[in-house]
Design a protein around this ligand. Sequence first.
Ligand SMILES: [Zn+2]
Length: 101
Amino acid sequence: MICYNCKKEIDETDNYCRFCGAGQGSHMPWYYQMWGVWVLLFIIGPFCLWFLYKSPSKNKKAKIINAVLLTIVSALLCYQFYVAVKRVNDFYSSLLSGSLF
Ligand SMILES: [Zn+2]
């Protein structure tokens, strides 16, 4: 087995790299795990795709499926954010023009 971080040979049973200390498999940092990338979606939005791309996870198929789903959900979130900002903007515009009362 090769460490994803330092590319050195490590034992199959190692949970952490004996050279650089990077967690392996289920001991990877949370932001490189699939659930962590989904948590990041709600914190940094579409930029979470970068962590999915950098994730050393070996499961290419799951990565592609998650990338597609993350793109769709982040597009929907961006659209909802746009609608919310537009609504607030329209509200204040009508307040300023005095057409509300
Ligand atoms: Zn290492």
